[in-house]
Design a protein around this ligand. Sequence first.
Ligand code: M6R
Length: 593
Amino acid sequence: MCGIVGYIGNKQAKDVILDGLKRLEYRGYDSAGISLFNMRQQIFDVYKDQGRVDKLAKSVLKSPRSNIGIGHTRWATHGKVNKENAHPHYSHSRRFILVHNGVIENYKQLKEQYLSGVTFLSETDTEVIAQLIETFSNTLNIENAILTTLRLLRGSYALLILDQQNPDLVYAAKYKSPLLVGRGKEGITVASDLMALIGYSEEYLPLDDKTFVVASRDNLKLFDINHKSLVPNFTKIDMTNGDVERGEYAHFMIKEIHEQPSVIRRIVTNYFDKDQSLINNQILKDIKGSDRIYILAAGTSMHAGLIGKNLFEKLASIPVEVHIASEFAYQQPLLSEKPFFILVSQSGETADLRACLVNIKDQNYKVLTITNVATSTLAREANYFLELYAGPEIAVASTKAYVAQIAILALVAYELSKKTFSIREELTKVALSIEKFLSDENMRYLTRNLLTHRNCFFIGRGLDYYVGLEAALKLKEISYIQTEGFAAGELKHGTIALIEEGTPVIAMISNPRISHNTRSNLNEVLARGARAIRIVMSNVAEEDDEVIIDEVHELLTPMAMVVPTQLISYYAALERSYDIDKPRNLAKSVTVE
Ligand code: M6R
């Protein structure tokens, strides 16, 4: 969704900002804009339009040198995708210029109450903020004009503001939408995502809600919403440009698929000191003291949650419910007496989950967030947090985060179990199995011949069914083929009516106890003209099975079984020449409900 980057320092601001915005492109957007200081005319210029950052870069090619600026990528929520609605936005006299991530829920009331007679240039909720600051600046100094405005806003915001009368300062504020300040030898960068700071800042400060920042070239002042000074507490950035670049790979998605074995190994290394687990004991105590775990998540993370349910129930005998966050947030089911909540999220910013978190905390229940982003809102606001250590996941289609989420859920469940096997060894075997499979280049050929239809089915039973759900989401989101993941035994109860000559059906088979049932269901669709491929684990493989994965522990099969399906999705999109890393209509981090 929207991205924000601002800079003040010794470098060319447009280089830092455009570079940052490019790094945030993966989040999804439809317009881009930037404001830079024009020394000759002593004003901030604004360049913006719908379209990509590359187009914006061309429009500022000849802009004068500026050491200060703010930039934005917009994912439309209020108002059409057009130049007027793109950020930055001006106040009516053009004194204030700002970019905004988030949604101002009460913008209509604010307009009516404070801004009657003001002519608006856009249809956005954001513009109201610029207009209010200008209105209040007639009677208040700039800092108080901004703070007075902030106190009136309902909703969420990450804001960067420029003032034509103070052209050597960047103002920033945050509430619910993420915003981080980066500090380096060459200046201060403020951005909505750590990725935009890498290479420019040595340390970073994730802002808390309701903080207000005034940044100059060599100084940073931090306040709370009541204008009380706060002491910034910076953390060293330990990522390099290599972590956020594609390197030899054609797309981030394929890079991230190939990183999965090393992600699993990193998790094993980071969560163990010799044989001793490093998972916070209090998390385990709290789970033991609960009578039911509720796993809440969205999309791929919800699919990882389903695997987690099986792990906790089988290993630790704790009942688990898995819920879609957007449903749970407004339709909370009847809870058990002593619930424990686990939020699973790659980004740690998913707004549907944040809505759940607020409700859960209001009810005083304990929450653990499992996420890839240590600085994220969900990591910081939960009682406990476990990091995925997957490294930045940039492709919109989530791959390595899914595998990492299952690994972390497995580690927690294992610590609560009788420990009849070594989880470290079993995870290491999964890494090996994936690695071996990834060296086989047959998947592209198989995909090309299979996925010629406009629809497709993944079928399986038990854990394979859950993997099928994830496989279907992946295929539809990047190849736009209508795909369903289906419980193999349920097909004959209605959906088999959709099978016709040539319909692709991909069967997932990993469990020896039920493999023959899935094979029977597959025969039923083959008899009706389906074209199938079988993805099977080596211990249940039969002659003619197309894709065989080396056997892994029965509770961890999804981590390995999912990999061929990721490749199927990747190659299906590649064959169609689609924008694999940035599929249409989607955003990496879904920060609106
Ligand atoms: O950042 P999160 O894990 O909370 O995001 C949840 C979903 O939006 C995400 O998994 C989405 O389904 C992916 N694009 C799927 O590949």
